[in-house]
Ligand binder design. Structure first.
Ligand code: GLU
Length: 506
C-alpha cells in the first residue's frame, strides 16, 4: 500500500463513499467467491466462515459464487472438492451452485454477457476505451521498462484515440481489450471496516484491463459487476485483495454504483512466522479432515483467526459463534495458525459429544483398518467409544488404540516389553489370569479391588501388576483406564490375552 497522499480526486468528489457502520440497515448479503484452481486452503475456509457467520448473525444471505473466468486455470475436480469441503464444514449457502437463486448463474463463466454489457457501457460513457495494442507491443514495452528500471505499466497509447475511430475499429472486429480510464492525478480512497481509510495514488494504478480480447472479463470487472448485480452489501475477503480494492472502487465510480462495505481479513501466518503453506504443515481443509479433525472444531478454530468474542472464550459451538460474531471484533493483526490449539479444541469436542455421535464416523474408519464389524454389537462399540473419546484428540487415535477392542494383540510394544515382560512376569500374568477366572463379577470396581488385594498379598505396588496387564491386553503401554478396559473386553478375552502374553515371554 502506498503512503497516504493529499490532494483530491475529481472523480471521487461526486461519489458517495458509504459509512460502513451505517450499512447494517440493509439486508446483509455476503458472498464467498473462490476461483476453483486448487484445493480449499484454510485461508479460503476462514474467509468462507467469516462470511457465513456474518450472514447468519444478521439473518442475511450467504452466496457462493464461482469465479471461474480464467479458464486456463479452472479445474472441474477442484470445484467438486471445494463444494464437498464447504459442505463438510457445514457452511450452507442460500444462493449459488446446486441451490440456484434469483441471480443465477453463480458461475462467472456463464455470465459473460453481463460483463460485456457493462464494459461496452463504460466505453460509450468515455470511462473506458478499447486498446488495440498487440501482446508483442505490450511485451516490448515491459522489456523497455525493465531495462530502464521502471515499474511495468501500460503507456496508455490507445487512450488518446478519438472515440469515433476507436468505435469504428471495434465494429470492424479488430482484436482489442477494454481498459479503464484511471484518472491521472488524485487519490482513490475507501474505508475498510477494520482498517479505516485507505488511500491510493491514482497515478500508480495503471489503466487496468476490464475485458480481455477473448471477451472474458478480468477478475476486477467480473467481481465488481457481480457484487453489484447480486446486491452484495459487505465484501469480507483476505487482505491480499487490498491492492485490488482501489481499482474496484474506480470501477464502481465509473459505473455510478455504490460500493459495498469492504472488510479485509488479517493474514494467517504459520507458527514461527512466514506464510502458511503445504510445507509448513497441512494447509488444505481436506488434509485436516484426513488428519481426523471434526468440522465443528475446524470452524471454531478458524473463526478465531482474526476474530475473538472477548471474554476469553475459545470453545464455541456453532450457535454461540453465530450469536457472538460481529465485524467490530475482527482485528487487523495477523493471526497465527496454532495447530496445538486446533488439537485442543478437537479434544474439547470429543469430550462434549456423546458416544453415539462417533458411531457413524468411526465405523468406516475401523472397517478400513480391517475390523469385521459384523462380529460386534453397536452396544459394544459404544462402550469402546466411551472409553476412548475422552483421551483422544484426533479420530485416528480411536483406530490406533481401538483395534485392541476387536482383536488380540499380534505384537507388544518393544520398549515396554523390555521393561514389563521380564521373565518373572510370565508367572505373574498366569496367576492373574487364574484369579480373574474365579472372580465373582467383572465390573471395573471389582477388578480394581481385586488387583489391589493381589498386590498387597504379593508385597508389590499395584502399578507392577497394571503395566504388564495393560501391555498384555492391548500390546501398547498407554490407553484408557485399565479396569474399565478389562470390564469392556470381558472375562474371556482378558484371561486369554493374559495367558497369550505369558506364553510369549521367554
Ligand atoms: N476469486 C477471488 C478469490 O479467489 C475472490 C476475491 C474476492 O473475494 O473478491 O479469492
Amino acid at each position: 500500500m502506498n503512503a497516504p497522499t493529499k490532494g483530491s480526486n475529481p472523480f471521487l468528489s461526486a461519489i458517495f463513499i458509504p459509512d460502513p457502520k451505517a450499512m447494517t440497515q440493509k439486508r446483509v448479503r455476503v458472498r464467498f467467491a473462490p476461483s476453483p484452481t486448487g484445493y480449499l486452503h484454510v485461508g479460503g475456509a476462514r474467509t468462507a466462515i467469516f462470511n457465513w457467520l456474518f450472514a447468519r448473525h444478521h439473518g442475511g444471505d450467504f452466496l457462493l459464487r464461482i469465479e471461474d473466468t480464467d479458464q486456463s486455470r479452472y479445474d472441474q475436480k477442484a470445484l467438486k472438492e471445494l463444494i464437498a469441503d464447504l459442505k463438510w464444514l457445514g457452511l450452507s449457502w442460500d444462493e449459488g451452485p446446486e441451490v440456484g437463486g434469483p441471480h443465477a448463474s453463480y458461475f462467472q463463466s456463464q455470465r459473460l454477457e453481463h460483463y460485456q454489457k457493462y464494459a461496452r457501457q463504460l466505453v460509450e460513457s468515455d470511462r473506458a476505451y478499447p486498446c488495440f495494442c498487440t501482446s508483442e507491443r505490450l511485451e516490448q514495452l515491459r522489456e523497455q521498462q525493465k531495462v530502464n528500471n521502471l515499474p511495468s505499466s501500460y503507456d496508455r497509447r490507445c487512450r488518446n484515440l478519438p472515440m469515433d475511430v476507436a468505435l469504428q475499429r471495434m465494429r470492424d472486429g479488430e482484436k482489442h481489450t477494454i481498459r479503464l480510464k484511471v484518472p491521472f492525478h488524485g487519490n482513490t480512497t475507501f474505508t475498510d471496516f477494520i482498517r479505516g481509510a485507505i488511500e491510493y495514488q491514482n497515478r500508480i494504478l495503471d489503466d487496468l484491463v476490464l475485458l480481455k480480447s477473448d471477451g472474458f472479463p478480468t477478475y476486477h470487472l467480473a467481481n465488481v459487476v457481480d457484487d453489484h448485480l447480486m446486491e452484495i452489501t459487505h465484501v469480507l475477503r483476505g487482505d491480499e485483495w487490498i491492492p485490488s480494492t482501489p481499482r474496484h472502487v474506480l470501477i464502481y465510480q465509473a459505473l455510478g454504483w455504490e460500493p459495498p462495505v469492504f472488510c479485509h481479513l488479517p493474514v494467517i501466518l504459520a507458527e514461527g512466522g512466514g506464510k502458511l503453506s503445504k510445507r509448513k504443515g497441512a494447509a488444505s481443509v481436506g488434509d485436516y479432515r484426513e488428519l481426523g479433525y471434526l468440522p465443528e472444531a475446524m470452524v471454531n478454530f478458524l473463526s478465531l483467526l482474526g476474530w475473538s468474542p472477548g471474554e476469553d472464550l475459545e470453545f464455541m459451538e456453532r450457535k454461540t459463534l453465530i450469536e457472538k460474531f460481529t465485524l467490530e471484533r475482527v482485528h487487523p493483526k495477523s493471526a497465527v495458525f496454532d495447530e496445538r490449539k486446533l488439537e485442543w479444541l478437537n479434544g474439547q469436542y470429543f469430550l462434549k459429544r456423546e458416544p453415539a455421535f462417533f458411531l457413524p464416523i468411526l465405523k468406516p474408519l475401523w472397517e478400513k483398518a480391517g475390523v469385521d464389524l459384523s462380529k460386534f454389537s453397536d452396544e459394544y462399540l459404544l462402550q469402546c467409544i466411551g472409553l476412548l473419546k475422552d483421551r483422544s484428540k484426533r479420530l485416528p487415535e480411536f483406530v490406533e488404540f481401538g483395534l485392541s477392542f476387536f482383536k488380540d494383540p499380534e505384537s507388544y510394544d518393544e520398549k515396554a516389553s523390555k521393561k514389563h515382560f521380564v521373565p518373572e512376569a510370565a508367572a505373574l500374568l498366569n496367576s492373574l489370569a487364574g484369579e480373574l477366572e474365579a472372580l465373582g463379577d467383572f465390573a471395573a470396581p471389582t477388578l480394581e479391588a481385586c488387583y489391589r488385594q493381589i498386590a498387597e498379598r504379593l508385597g508389590r505396588k499395584a502399578a507392577d501388576l497394571i503395566h504388564p496387564t495393560r501391555l498384555a491386553l492391548s500390546g501398547l503401554p498407554f490407553g484408557p483406564g485399565l479396569f474399565e478396559l478389562m470390564a469392556v473386553l470381558g472375562r474371556e478375552t482378558v484371561v486369554r490375552r493374559l495367558r497369550n502374553a505369558a506364553n510369549s515371554i521367554h
